[in-house]
Design a protein around this ligand. Structure first.
Ligand code: ADP
Ligand code: MG
Length: 589
C-alpha cells in the first residue's frame, strides 16, 4: 500500500462512477426510460432478455439526438439539460448529471440509433468499455433506440451479485411502473424474447392507471386527496383504511413528476393513518407533490431517487392535514356514486379529469432539450398550479350511516344495512369504540365531563401495576380518571369520564395498564392509549342485543365523528358487500 499518489486512469475512474449509478439492470432501465421521457417520447417499448441481465432495449419516439451530439452523449458530464450551477436549482427534466449514458457504456456494450424529427438521416453508434467502436450515418426511424448488452462483463464482481432472472425482471418491472405511473400521455410496452409482460395504454384517467399498475384489488378502495398551500400542492390517491398491505412497497411518491423515496413523506402518511391501521399494516398511495424547483435539492443521490426539502415541515404538515381530512370522511359508499366504481366512464374521478385543463402542467414539465412535447388529446397528469383534481372534491359523495336502511343484527354483534347497490355490515363494538375514542379525544384537556363515583373503587394490585398506575396519575387525571394511592399496593379510583361511567372500573384500569405498560412508549402515545383503553372497555360489547332506536343513535353518532371507518386499534368498523359481488356469488353475472 505504500505507493505514491496517482490520478486514476479515466477507465478506472469511470467504472467507479458507473458503480454508483448502475447497481443492477433495473438501474439501466430507469435511466434510459427517464431519458426517453425527457426527450418527450409518448410511445416506449422496453425489451428485457434474462430479466435484463442479457439485453435491455428501449425504443422511443422522442426528439432524437443531432448527429454531431451523439458521441458527446457518451462523455461524462455531457448533458443537454443544464448549463450552469444555478440551473441545478431549477431542474425540470429527469436527467441533468450527464452521467447515465457514459456510466452504462463504461460497464456494458451500448448500441444506439437515433434520428431527430425531420432529419434526413440518423446516427448509429456502438460504445463498449467507454470506447466508441462505430459511429456512422444510417437510415432509422425518428426517435431513439438503445440496446444495452454484455452487462457488467467488465465488472465480474457486480455481475456475481445479480439475482435470478425472475428477480431482476421484477426489479425492472417495478421501476418501469414507478416511473411511468404519472405519465398518462405515454404508452409503453414491456416485452421479453417470447412474450409481452406489460402493456400500459395511454389514459386521461389517473385512477385507471393506478388501478392497472398497482393492482385491481385497489379498485373502490381509494380516496382522492387534493390540497394547495402557497408553496406546495398535493394531489393523488390514498387507500381507504379497509385496504392494507404488509409492506410499504405500495406507497408511491412523486415530486414534480419524479418518483422518489423519502422517509419524511412515508412517515407523514403513516401519521395520517395513526389509529386507523392495525400494527405492521401499511396503506397504498400514489401522491404527487408539486413545489417550485428551487425549494428542493434533487442532487443528493446518484440515481436521483432521493430529494431534500428546504422546508420539510411545510410538506409534512400539508400531507398530514390533507390525508387526515380525506380519511376522516370515509363512510360506506353507495355504489351508485362511488368514484371509479364499476362504470368508470361515469365516475366522479373520470368526469373531474375530463373537465381539468392540463396545459399549465404540461408547460411546466417541458424538457429543455426539445421545444415540442406533443400535445396529445390525452392529457398528461402533470399537476398544474391548481393541483391535479381541483374539481374532484365536489364530486366526492359518500353516504351517511343514518341514511342506511337497518335490516337487523346477526350473531348479536354485526348490524346489517342496505344502501343502493351495496350491503353493509357494521361491527357494533368497533363502531362504538371509535365514537367513544373520538369524543374522549375531543374533550380531554378541557370540557371533559367527569363522573365522580358514589362509592370510590378500591383496587388491590400487584406492585408493578400499582407503581405504573400511580406514576401515570397526571395523565389519567387529564383523561377524567382521578386515582390516588390508598395504602400499600392499593389504589382508589374516585372518578371516571362520564362517557364510560357505566363500565366496570377494575376492567377499565386493567385495560389501560396493559396499553401503557411498556416503558419505551412516549408520553403522547401513552395519553392516546389511555383513551383507547377507556373507549375499548366502555364500548358496547359483542353479543349484546340492541334496539332499533339504539342502532339509529349509533349511526347518528358515527356520522358526527371523523375517522368512522376503523376502530382505534385499526380494525374496520364496517364492511361493504357490493350488489355486483352478491350477484357474482349467485352466478347472475
Ligand atoms: P442526462 O440525462 O443527465 O443529461 P445522460 O447521460 O442520461 O445524461 O444523457 C446524455 C444526453 O444524451 C442527454 O442530455 C440527452 O441530450 C441525450 N439523450 C440520451 N438519451 C436520449 C433519448 N432517448 N432521446 C433523446 N436524447 C437522449
Ligand atoms: Mg439521463
Amino acid at each position: 500500500m505504500n505507493r505514491r499518489i496517482t490520478v486514476l486512469p479515466e477507465e478506472v475512474a469511470s467504472k467507479i462512477a458507473a458503480g454508483e449509478v448502475i447497481e443492477r439492470p433495473s438501474s439501466i432501465v430507469k435511466e434510459l426510460l427517464e431519458n426517453a421521457l425527457d426527450a418527450g417520447a409518448t410511445d416506449i417499448t422496453i425489451e428485457l432478455r434474462s430479466g435484463g441481465k442479457e439485453l435491455i432495449r428501449i425504443v422511443d419516439n422522442g426528439a432524437g439526438i443531432a448527429p454531431g451530439d451523439v458521441p458527446l452523449a457518451f462523455e461524462r458530464h455531457a448533458t443537454s439539460k443544464i448549463l450552469t450551477v444555478e440551473d441545478l436549482y431549477d431542474v425540470k427534466s429527469f436527467g441533468f448529471r450527464g452521467e447515465a449514458l457514459p456510466s452504462i457504456a463504461a460497464v456494458c456494450r451500448v448500441e444506439m440509433s437515433t434520428r431527430r424529427r425531420g432529419d434526413v438521416a440518423g446516427t448509429r453508434i456502438a460504445v463498449e468499455n467507454g470506447r466508441i467502436l462505430e459511429n456512422e450515418a444510417v437510415g432509422c426511424p425518428e426517435g431513439t433506440s438503445i440496446a444495452v448488452s454484455r452487462i457488467f462483463d467488465s465488472l465480474p464482481v457486480r455481475k456475481k451479485f445479480l439475482r435470478q432472472d425472475a428477480t431482476e425482471q421484477g426489479h425492472c418491472l417495478d421501476i418501469i411502473v414507478r416511473v411511468l405511473l404519472p405519465h398518462g400521455a405515454v404508452r409503453a410496452k414491456v416485452l421479453t424474447a417470447s412474450k409481452t409482460l406489460l402493456e400500459i395504454p395511454r389514459t386521461g384517467n389517473l385512477y385507471e392507471r393506478i388501478v392497472l399498475l398497482l393492482g385491481s384489488d385497489l379498485r373502490n378502495h381509494l380516496v382522492s386527496v387534493a390540497e394547495n398551500s402557497p408553496a406546495v400542492s398535493l394531489s393523488g390517491f390514498v387507500s381507504r383504511p379497509d385496504f392494507t398491505r404488509s409492506s410499504t412497497r405500495n406507497m408511491f411518491f412523486y415530486i414534480n413528476g419524479r418518483y422518489v423515496r423519502n422517509v419524511l413523506l412515508s412517515q407523514a402518511v403513516m401519521g395520517a393513518y395513526r389509529n386507523l391501521l392495525e400494527a405492521r399494516k401499511y396503506p397504498a398511495c400514489a401522491l404527487f407533490i408539486e413545489l417550485s424547483p428551487e425549494t428542493i435539492d434533487v442532487n443528493v443521490h446518484p440515481a436521483k431517487l432521493e430529494v431534500r426539502f428546504r422546508r420539510p415541515q411545510d410538506v409534512r404538515e400539508l400531507l398530514q392535514r390533507s390525508l387526515s381530512g380525506a380519511l376522516s370522511g370515509v363512510r360506506p359508499a353507495s355504489q351508485a356514486t362511488q368514484g371509479g366504481a364499476a362504470a368508470p366512464g361515469r365516475s366522479g374521478v373520470y368526469e373531474a379529469l375530463r373537465r381539468y385543463s392540463l396545459s399549465a402542467g404540461i408547460a411546466a414539465r417541458q424538457p429543455m432539450t426539445t421545444a415540442t412535447r406533443p400535445m396529445e388529446d390525452v392529457p398528461d397528469f402533470s399537476p398544474g398550479q391548481d393541483g391535479l383534481f381541483p374539481s374532484m372534491e365536489g364530486g366526492k359523495e359518500q353516504v351517511s350511516f343514518a341514511s342506511l336502511d337497518y335490516l337487523g343484527q346477526i350473531e348479536g354483534t354485526y348490524l346489517v344495512f342496505s344502501a343502493p347497490g351495496v350491503m353493509i355490515l357494521l361491527d357494533q363494538h368497533a363502531a362504538h369504540e371509535r365514537i367513544l375514542y373520538e369524543r374522549l379525544k375531543q374533550s380531554t384537556g378541557g370540557n371533559l365531563e367527569v363522573q365522580s363515583l358514589l362509592i370510590p373503587e378500591i383496587l388491590e394490585m400487584n406492585p408493578r401495576d400499582f407503581n405504573l398506575l400511580i406514576a401515570s396519575r397526571d395523565m389519567l387525571q387529564e383523561a377524567g380518571m382521578e386515582v390516588e394511592a390508598f395504602g400499600e399496593n392499593t389504589a382508589v379510583v374516585k372518578s371516571v369520564p362520564a362517557l364510560v361511567a357505566h363500565t366496570d372500573v377494575k376492567a377499565l384500569v386493567g385495560e389501560i395498564l396493559d396499553g401503557i405498560a411498556d416503558s419505551g412508549i412516549p408520553r403522547d402515545e401513552k395519553r392516546n392509549r389511555i383513551l383507547i383503553g377507556l373507549a375499548c372497555r366502555g364500548a358496547i360489547k359483542a353479543n349484546q342485543a340492541l334496539t332499533a332506536d339504539e342502532v339509529r343513535q349509533l349511526c347518528r353518532d358515527l356520522d358526527s365523528i371523523p375517522f368512522a371507518s376503523n376502530c382505534p386499534h385499526g380494525r374496520p368498523v364496517f364492511i361493504e358487500l357490493p350488489a355486483v359481488a352478491i350477484e357474482r356469488m349467485f352466478k347472475r353475472t
